[in-house]
Design a protein around this ligand. Structure first.
Ligand code: ACO
Length: 430
C-alpha cells in the first residue's frame, strides 16, 4: 500500500510518498526532501528513522513480537537449533535435510583457524578484554583471504565465507578465553555439533574431555538462537553501514563486535552480572539499589532493563527467565543472584518510575545467570552474544550486498559550530 504525506515548509506544500511494510508499518519516504527543499530531517539516535528495507526480522515492540523470517522467536527457541536458525536468517527459508547437511559440513570444514593466527593471540596482554581480542581477530582473519577485498563480485564464495565466520567466531572466542587464562588451546572436534564444540574448546583439557550435559548444550544453543538477530540495532546498523562502503564481510562483522561491546547494548549482560554481584556484596536485596537508580543524580541504571523498541515486554526475556529456572533446577543449583534479580524485577514492575517509562527486563537481565551456571566467565558474556548475533550480521551484510539500489550510507547533520572566522597568528591570540 502506498499513500502520501503532506509537508508544509515555509508555507510551501510538498507531497511525500508513504511506504507500508508487510506487517503494516508505515514510513514517510523523505529521500527527495533535500533535493526539493534544501532541508533535512533531524532524528538524533534514529528513534524514528527507517534506514533500509529488510526481509530478515520483524519486531513489534508494543506487542512484544519478534520473528525471524516470519517465524516466531518462541517457536524457534523451542524447536530449532542455532545452526538451522543461522541458515534461516542468512538464506531466508528453513533448510531441507540436504541444505542443512551442506551448511553443517561447511561449518565443520571451516572451524580451524589458520595456524599463523596463533601468533596473533600471543600478542595480546593477559588483561585484554575478550571482546577486544574477538574484534581484532575477526578482522585479522580477513587478511588470510587476500582476494576478499570486495565480496560484491564474488557471490559464489559467499557461502564459504559466511560459514567460516560463524564457525570461527566460536573458535576465536574459546581460544581467547583459553589464552587469557594461560590455558592450552583445544582443537575443535569434527564429531561434535556447533554448541557442543564450543563447550569442548572452552572447558576440555588435554587428555580430559569436558562432560557435555544435554541440558547445558540445549540452554546455550537456545541463548544463541535468542540473540541471532534483532533488526536495526546499534551493532547491526553498524555492520550495514560498514558494508555499504563495500568493505568485506570480516571487516563489517568486526565493526559489529565493537558496537556490541558497550554496556548500553550487548555489554549489558556483563554489566547486569556485575550489578547483581555488587548488590549481593552490599547485603542488599535490591531495595536500596533501586532507590539509587530512581535518584537521577546517582547516574545509575538498572542494567538489563529498558529497550528502545520493546515497550511492553521483551519476548526473549520471558523465554530466558523460564530457561534460567530450568537450568538451575537441572544442575541442582541455587544462585543468590537469581533471587536478587527476581526481587529487582518484582519491585521494578510495580514501581511508578519503571511503569511510567515502560521499562521491562530485556534479554540481558537473566541470560548472565544461565551463563554463570554453565561456568562461563563474566567477561565472556558479551562474546557469547556476539557468537549468537553473527548469523544476523551476515544476513544483513548479504542484504546490503544484494540490493542493486544500495548506496554508501552517509547521514547528514545540523552544524552548530562557529561560522567562518579568520586564522590569527599565535602572537595575536589572547
Ligand atoms: N534504569 C533506569 N532508568 C532507565 C533505564 C534503566 N535501565 N533505561 C531507561 N531509563 C530511563 C531514562 O533515564 C529516561 O528517563 P527520563 O525520561 O526521566 O530522562 C527514560 O527511561 C528513557 O530512557 P532513554 O535512555 O531515553 O531510552 P533509550 O531508548 O535511549 O535507551 C536503553 C534504551 C539504552 C536500552 C536503556 O533503557 C538502558 O540504558 N538500559 C540499560 C542497559 C541495557 O540493559 N541495555 C541492553 C539493551 S538490550 C540490547 O541491546 C541487547
Amino acid at each position: 500500500m502506498t499513500g502520501n504525506a503532506e509537508l508544509i515548509l515555509d508555507g510551501k506544500s510538498l507531497s511525500l510518498p508513504t511506504v507500508t511494510g508487510s506487517e503494516g508499518e508505515v514510513g514517510i519516504d523523505i529521500s527527495s526532501l533535500r533535493a526539493k527543499t534544501g532541508a533535512i530531517t533531524l532524528d538524533p539516535a534514529y528513534g524514528n528513522t527507517g534506514s533500509c528495507y529488510s526481509d530478515i526480522t520483524f519486531i513489534d515492540g508494543e506487542k512484544g513480537i519478534l520473528r525471524y523470517r516470519g517465524y516466531d522467536i518462541a517457536d524457534l527457541a523451542e524447536k530449532s537449533t542455532f545452526v538451522e536458525t543461522s541458515f534461516l536468517l542468512i538464506y531466508g527459508h528453513l533448510p531441507n535435510a540436504e541444505e542443512l547437511q551442506t551448511f553443517s559440513n561447511l561449518l565443520t570444514e571451516n572451524q580451524m583457524l589458520h595456524e599463523s593466527m596463533r601468533f596473533n593471540f600471543q600478542g595480546f596482554p593477559a588483561s585484554a578484554h575478550p571482546m577486544a581480542i574477538l574484534s581484532a581477530m575477526i578482522n585479522a582473519a580477513s587478511s588470510y583471504y587476500p582476494n576478499l577485498i570486495c565480496t560484491v563480485n564474488r557471490r559464489e564464495r559467499f557461502p564459504n565465507h559466511a560459514a567460516r565466520l560463524i564457525s570461527q567466531v566460536r573458535t576465536i572466542a574459546a581460544y581467547s578465553y583459553r589464552v587469557s587464562h594461560g590455558l592450552p588451546t583445544i582443537f575443535p572436534k569434527s564429531s561434535l555439533h556447533y554448541t557442543e564444540n564450543f563447550l569442548h574448546m572452552m572447558f576440555s583439557n588435554p587428555g580430559e574431555d569436558y562432560e557435555l550435559k544435554p541440558e547445558i548444550v540445549r540452554a546455550l544453543d537456545m541463548i544463541f538462537i535468542l540473540h541471532a538477530d534483532h533488526e536495526q540495532n546499534c551493532s547491526t546498523s553498524t555492520v550495514r553501514m560498514v558494508a555499504s562502503s563495500q568493505a568485506n564481510l570480516y571487516a563489517s562483522a568486526s565493526a559489529g563486535v565493537c558496537a556490541l561491546w558497550g554496556p548500553l547494548h550487548g555489554g549489558a549482560n556483563q554489566a547486569v552480572l556485575e550489578m547483581l554481584e555488587q548488590i549481593h556484596q552490599d547485603g542488599d536485596d535490591g531495595t536500596k539499589f533501586l532507590k539509587a537508580v530512581k535518584d537521577k543524580t546517582s547516574n545509575r541504571r538498572l542494567m538489563g532493563f529498558g529497550h528502545r523498541v520493546y515497550k511492553n515486554f521483551d519476548p526473549r526475556a520471558l523465554i530466558i527467565k523460564a530457561q534460567c529456572d530450568k537450568v538451575l533446577a537441572q544442575l541442582h543449583r541455587s544462585d543468590p543472584l537469581l533471587e536478587i534479580a527476581k526481587k529487582l524485577e518484582e519491585i521494578a514492575l510495580n514501581d511508578d518510575y519503571f511503569i511510567s517509562r515502560k521499562l521491562y527486563p530485556n534479554v540481558d537481565f537473566y541470560s548472565g545467570i544461565i551463563m554463570r551456571a554453565i561456568g562461563i566467565p563474566v567477561d565472556m558474556f558479551t562474546v557469547m552474544f556476539a557468537i549468537g548475533r553473527m548469523p544476523g550480521w551476515i544476513a544483513n551484510f548479504k542484504e546490503v550486498m544484494e540490493n542493486p539500489d544500495s548506496r554508501i550510507s552517509r547521514p547528514r547533520q545540523i552544524y552548530t559550530g562557529e561560522t567562518l572566522r579568520s586564522y590569527r597568528p599565535m602572537a595575536e591570540r589572547a
